[in-house]
Each structure stands twice: as C-alpha cells, then as structure tokens.
Ligand binder design. Structure first.
Ligand code: NAD
Ligand code: MG
Length: 388
C-alpha cells in the first residue's frame, strides 16, 4: 500500500482528501490540523493514522485525550508539523493555508515524497526555490489547484515545446455582474456569495476580487515555465471548463467536469493512473451552454498587479501574497472597502520595491518568510496612514 500524509487535513481541501482516503486503499502516515482537535482526532481514528499533529502547541493535552486508546501518536506545534511532513511517505498533500504551508511542503519534498500541492502560496512566494528543492531531492510536485490540475492533465503525454498558450478559466466570483460603480460599496456578505464552488471564506473573497486568479497566474508561470504573455484569463461563469491549453497547431485541450475539488485531488492521488472518482457526471445536453468573456481590467486590478509582480521577479510574489493577506483581513474585519484591497497591495508593492532584497531571488525559506513579515508590516502601516 502507498503511504500518504495530509497536511491541513481539517480544512476544505483536507476534508475532500480525507473523503477519498476513506476507502482504506492507502496507508495513512500523518494528518495535521491547525486548531480543530476534535475533527483531527476523528479523522486520525477513521484512517488509522500513525500520527496526528495539531499546529497549536497548547492543544497537545486535548489531542492526547481525544486520541486515547486509538493507538494514534499525538504531537503539537509548528515544528511537529514539519516533522510529520518529513516522515517517510510516498505522497503528501500540502493543504495548509498561507505561508505556514511552505516549510512543511519543503520538508515533504526533502524526503523525496510526491507533493500534491494545493497551497498556492508556495509557488507564488517561493516558486524557483521550491522547484529546485524538489529537483535536488528527486521529488515530484503534482498541482492540485483545479486550474493547474486541468492544465497538467491536458499536457499529459504532450511535448511541452508545442504549448503556445494557457487559458485559465475564472468564475468571476460573486460580484462579476455588479455594475462597476457599485463595486466600491460591496460588503463582506456580498463577496461571500460564490456562485459555483464551495470553499473557505478567504478564497471565496479572493475569487470575487480575482486575487485568487492573480495568484494562479503566477503559480502557472512558475509551474509550467511559460512566459506571462502566454497566460490568458477568461471568465467562464459555469466553472465547467477548469482550464485549457493551446498547442502550436491551434488545437486546444481542456479539462471539464463538475466544480468539485475531488477531481484535482483524486487525479493527484491516483497519478500516474486515472482512478475512478465519486464525482458528479456531466450531461452536455442538460448544461446547454458554456459561456466565456474577457475580464474587464477596471473590475479586476489584481490581474494587472500579477503581471507587475511577474515582471519584477525576485521577491515580489512574497510581498504580493503577504500584502493581499493583510488587505483581506482588513476587508473581512469590515475596516476597508472591496476596492481598497488592491490599493493596499499596490501601495505595499511600490513601497517595498525600493528595498534591495525585493529584486533578489531568495536563497532560502528564511528570506522569503522575512520578506513576508516585512510586507505584512508595511501593509498595516499603509492602511493606518490612510486612516483605515
Ligand atoms: P482551509 O482554511 O479550509 O484549511 C486550511 C488547513 O490548514 C486547515 O486544516 C487548518 O487547520 C490548517 N492551518 C491553518 N493555519 C495553520 C497553521 N498556521 N499551521 C498549520 N496548519 C494550519 O483552507 P483550504 O480552502 O482547504 O485551502 C488550503 C490551501 O489550498 C490554500 O493554500 C488554498 O489557497 C488552496 N486551494 C484551496 C482550494 C479550495 O477549493 N478550497 C482550491 C485551490 C487551492
Ligand atoms: Mg483554483
């Protein structure tokens, strides 16, 4: 049996992964969670994991109590999460949210595991570092973001030199049909009404602002080694085409399916085989039509910023991601308006572009995390200076 671990098992991606592992065809090594002890213990018992790790150090006694008599080892703290990721496994799901997912993902690659990468912050903030680390350890990365999984699947068996264009689809999020002049007044509850995908709160708002798509453009550039001008974003409200690639003969290959993350997770889990998955089947006749349109630049400044970040290189991705996190926090706290998120991110990029590190490719994770810290501080200062 293949040995697998799930980092971020209690989250949205983690739960979908758990669902696919429940048939008992894999041996589960480690499961990690942030703070939800009860759910983590439940999962660990159900999958007979070797070890369960909770990131919050103070929750160790609770986890021990919840696992009593199960034979599952308990551990806690960020270091224990990294150790869990380093336990020998064939396949590791990286589904911790945010910069906290970087070091555990690197640890999994360091022991040569195949890394199913959902944590998009990894490639956005430290793409070249992570890819070279994987290469050095003979480890493989399989994309789990649905768009990147779609592209990866469309490229299977193809000569990538024939690839001319990547077409990233975007639902357009909750506010896609709002009049432009009303966007500034959009509230949290408006941004949370995602039309198709059921996801965590943060990624749902990022979807409405297209910051999520902006991160994915950068992720695609890193993972598939294409030029920024080869990546096109198109709004596809039905979320049936998960993304597509175009080859130099004009042929386009797309991945289609119901909007269900188990498509991408299951493909990575079964790779290089294509295993059966418990996802809804599409009926073209019922679907009727699929529509596409270009995103209006005025509505989605995040996409323009993504291109500026790619042009800048160095640690611009780390600054972009961190500033976006702070802006998102402020929007969730209802302290800033919907359009002010992009303003804060842009101002943070512009302020930190004056520092010498900004333009340097990071040599290690510490440098990325230091820049992440600096950008968070700067974003807070910028918001405070604007009286927000
Ligand atoms: P989530 O918030 O639902 O779950 C995150 C997981 O990480 C939870 O298990 C949480 O307990 C854990 N966690 C949070 N902070 C932690 C910390 N400091 N240390 C250790 N563990 C911590 O998030 P999600 O929606 O499952 O997304 C996970 C990642 O996958 C994100 O990077 C997201 O961008 C990416 N992603 C998600 C989706 C989706 O459909 N949800 C799609 C594509 C990509
Ligand atoms: Mg996605």
């Amino acid at each position: 049996m293949r040995r697998v671990s799930v980092l971020g098992a209690t989250g949205s991606i983690g739960e979908s992964t758990f669902d696919l592992l429940r048939d008992g065809t894999h041996q589960v090594v480690a499961l990690t969670g942030g703070r939800n002890v009860a759910r983590l213990a439940e999962q660990a018992r159900a999958l007979r994991a070797e070890v369960a790790v909770i990131a919050e150090e103070a929750l160790l006694p609770d986890l021990r109590a919840a696992l009593e008599g199960s034979g599952v080892e308990a551990a806690a703290g960020p270091q224990a999460v990294i150790e869990a990721a380093s336990r020998p496994a064939d396949w590791v799901m990286s589904a911790i949210v945010g910069a906290a997912g970087l070091a555990p993902g690197m640890a999994a690659l360091g022991q040569g595991a195949t890394l199913a990468l959902a944590n998009k912050e990894s490639l956005v903030t430290a793409g070249p570092l992570i890819l070279s680390h994987a290469k050095a350890h003979g480890a493989r990365i399989l994309p789990v973001d649905s768009e990147h999984s779609a592209i990866f699947q469309a490229l299977a068996g193809e000569d990538t030199r024939a690839l001319t264009r990547i077409i990233l689809t975007a639902s357009g999020g909750a506010l896609r049909d709002w009049p432009l002049e009303r966007l500034a007044s959009a509230k949290l509850k408006d941004a949370l009404a995602h039309p198709n995908w059921s996801m965590g709160q943060r990624i749902t708002i990022d979807s409405a602002s297209m910051f999520n798509k902006a991160l994915e453009v950068i992720e695609a550039k890193e993972f598939f080694a294409v030029r920024p001008d080869q990546i096109e974003v198109v709004i596809h409200p039905q979320s049936i085409v998960h993304s597509a690639v175009e080859f130099h003969d004009g042929a386009i290959m797309a991945h289609m399916g119901a909007p269900d993350m188990r498509h991408a997770i299951g493909y990575a889990l079964n790779w290089p085989e294509r295993g059966p998955l418990p996802v809804a089947r599409l009926d073209f006749a019922t679907l009727g039509q699929l529509t596409f349109r270009a995103p209006e630049p005025g509505r989605y400044p995040a996409l323009r910023l993504a291109h500026e970040v790619m042009a800048a290189g160095g640690m611009a991705g780390a600054v972009f991601n961190a500033a976006k996190e702070i802006a998102l926090d402020l929007f969730i706290a209802e302290r800033i308006g919907f359009l002010q998120m992009a303003e804060i991110v842009e101002a943070t990029l512009s302020r930190l572009s004056g520092t010498s590190d900004f333009h340097e490719a990071p040599q290690g994770l510490e440098q990325v995390l230091a820049m992440d810290h600096l950008a968070r501080k700067a974003a807070h200062q910028i918001a405070a200076q604007r009286g927000l």
